[in-house]
Design a protein around this ligand. Structure first.
Ligand code: CU
Length: 167
């Protein structure tokens, strides 16, 4: 009985370590961006220079952090240019909005409070494939297709190993 308890405790500890390692490996491929930088989704942020100084890849997440006087509307290209607030595709109001960039696309976000979009509280996010000419943030080496495949294989093997160990 004592032996069994020791075995299950060490097995549990190993499981926790392995799961943590798997998640750490998995998480390095995507980046999280605080929209607008340190000042967040606010009138004092320079959205244009913020967005042009970053490169966005599929799987990255945008965090809009804002005061309740603001909100986040996702709009189309025309409404973005014109600051038309009448026809949003999505409305977010929870003061901490996470948007996952799940496809290669251009997405448009504006503040829905009257006058804020026209004052510059709007951002256009172009999600692009990784390119060696524009390294992603945090100085990660750009992933080639081969290293990506290898990485996916390692992650899959890792999760399979955990599954095998657990059951
Ligand atoms: Cu606003």
């Amino acid at each position: 009985m004592k032996m069994n308890t020791q075995v299950s405790v060490s097995k549990m500890v190993t499981n926790i370590i392995m799961i943590t390692l798997c998640f750490l490996m998995n998480s390095t491929s995507a980046a999280n961006f605080l929209v607008g930088g340190a000042s967040g989704w606010a009138l004092e942020s320079d959205m244009e220079s913020w967005s042009s100084s970053h490169r966005f890849n599929v799987g990255d997440k945008l965090a809009f952090v804002y005061h309740p006087i603001h909100n986040v509307l996702e709009v189309d290209a025309q409404d973005y240019e014109a600051c038309n607030l009448e026809n949003p595709m999505e409305i977010h109001t929870q003061t901490y909005t996470i948007i996952t960039l799940d496809t290669l696309s251009t997405r448009y976000f504006v503040c829905g409070t009257q006058g804020h979009c026209k004052s510059g509280l709007k951002v256009k996010i172009v999600t692009a494939p990784p390119s060696p000419h524009h390294p992603p943030p945090f100085n990660f080496p750009p992933f080639s297709e081969t290293t990506k495949k290898t990485k996916n294989l390692i992650i899959t093997t890792c999760f399979l190993a955990v599954k095998w160990w657990l059951f």
